[in-house]
Design a protein around this ligand. Structure first.
Ligand SMILES: NC(=O)c1ccc[n+]([C@@H]2O[C@H](COP(=O)([O-])OP(=O)(O)OC[C@H]3O[C@@H](n4cnc5c(N)ncnc54)[C@H](OP(=O)(O)O)[C@@H]3O)[C@@H](O)[C@H]2O)c1
Length: 314
């Protein structure tokens, strides 16, 4: 018999992850869905095939009571804290939370994760911190890289849902502090956000200096490919201002770069690039809205600073 799974958080990432869990997770019961905005649960349940593989719950408490494994992937530290407050509220009723496993996939500060892990352990349940690498299309394709940290036995309960289901690989921190996974995630995101910032500057310089964006894109595709090409397309094709919903919101990116900068300060060093990225993201947030602007909008921010229009009219 497969465990009962509850999924909390159906944003850009959660939706793709649930799709793969439902389709490839070998589950013999519906995945319970909870999202703060119920409509997102309804829309997802309606699109998932085969039908009846999900069931919407109205409260976190109800879902947690019925679940063996609870996944969370939410915007930021405050959202995660609020959800866990509700999830742990009934810890003293009946068997409480004994033997339940919480798998927290959001990108949050390592200290927040460590505190959550303590609260979960105090409630008698297990905890795995497992942030993920990969953009929403990667989540849709079931190709995420999971970074699970926590007791090996707890990570083993998560493993059946990683490779071949929601992910393609893992970078495990077995029997190591939970915060390690979040530190790696934040460091990883500095690579992504610095890359986006460098791309925005390079493509704008190409236009301003008269060489044009097309040869620079050819260079990027030829030498780097991967995320350089994907973000280059998102910029030059105009998706950075045309997309209905951001793939990686400016607010979430500012949270990540802020946590990375704090991590560096606590470790006795400074991330100078973090300030540059945050400055660009602030322009994106002012222009498009923090929850609506996409990180690729950094290209628009650089363009604006350079005296061009934010939109490239692609
Ligand atoms: N997008 C990426 O490229 C990417 C990649 C890897 C990891 N991540 C990380 O994964 C997490 C989710 O990212 P995302 O892009 O899916 O974010 P998103 O689209 O903004 O979705 C955020 C989710 O959090 C929920 N939420 C926000 N505040 C809440 C609160 N106070 N109480 C309850 N629920 C709340 C939202 O519910 P509503 O629907 O009600 O708003 C939604 O389900 C973030 O930590 C992000 O940093 C993102």
């Amino acid at each position: 018999m497969s465990p009962q799974i509850l999924w909390i958080g159906l944003g850009n990432m959660g939706r793709g992850m649930v799709k793969n869990l439902v389709e490839k997770g070998s589950l013999d019961k519906p995945v319970l869905l909870y999202n703060r905005t119920r409509k997102r649960s309804e829309d997802l349940a309606a699109t998932l095939a085969p039908q009846g593989k999900t069931e919407i719950v109205d409260t976190i408490e109800e879902g947690v009571k019925r679940a063996d494994i609870i996944f969370t992937i939410l915007s930021n530290d405050a959202a995660v804290r609020a959800v866990f407050e509700s999830a742990l509220a009934k810890k003293d009723v009946g068997d409480g939370l004994k033997n339940k496993l919480f798998v927290e996939c959001s990108t949050i500060h390592p200290d927040t994760t460590e505190q959550l892990a303590q609260d979960v352990a105090a409630a008698g349940a297990q905890f795995v911190a497992s942030p993920v690498f990969g953009a929403p299309p990667v989540a849709d394709a079931g190709q995420l890289i999971f970074v699970p940290a926590g007791p090996k036995a707890a990570i083993e309960r998560l493993r059946p849902y990683i490779k071949g289901v929601m992910g393609k690989a893992e970078i495990p921190f077995e029997d190591q502090p939970y915060g390690q996974a979040l530190k790696l995630k934040l460091i990883g995101n500095t690579f992504v956000l610095n890359m986006v910032s460098v791309l925005g500057e390079g493509l704008t310089l190409a236009e301003k200096s008269g060489v044009g964006a097309a040869p620079v894109k050819q260079f990027l595709d030829g030498l780097f490919g991967g995320p350089y090409s994907a973000y280059g397309d998102r910029m030059l094709g105009g998706a950075y201002y045309k997309m209905a919903e951001p793939l990686f919101s400016a607010d979430n990116a500012r949270k990540d770069i802020g946590h990375a900068a704090a991590l560096a300060r606590a470790a006795g060093m400074e991330l100078k690039n973090a300030a540059v990225v945050d400055e660009y993201l602030k322009v994106v947030a002012d222009h498009a809205g923090g929850d609506r602007g996409d990180v690729a909008g950094i290209y628009g921010a650089v363009r604006k600073n350079a005296g061009l229009k934010y939109e490239n009219d692609a």
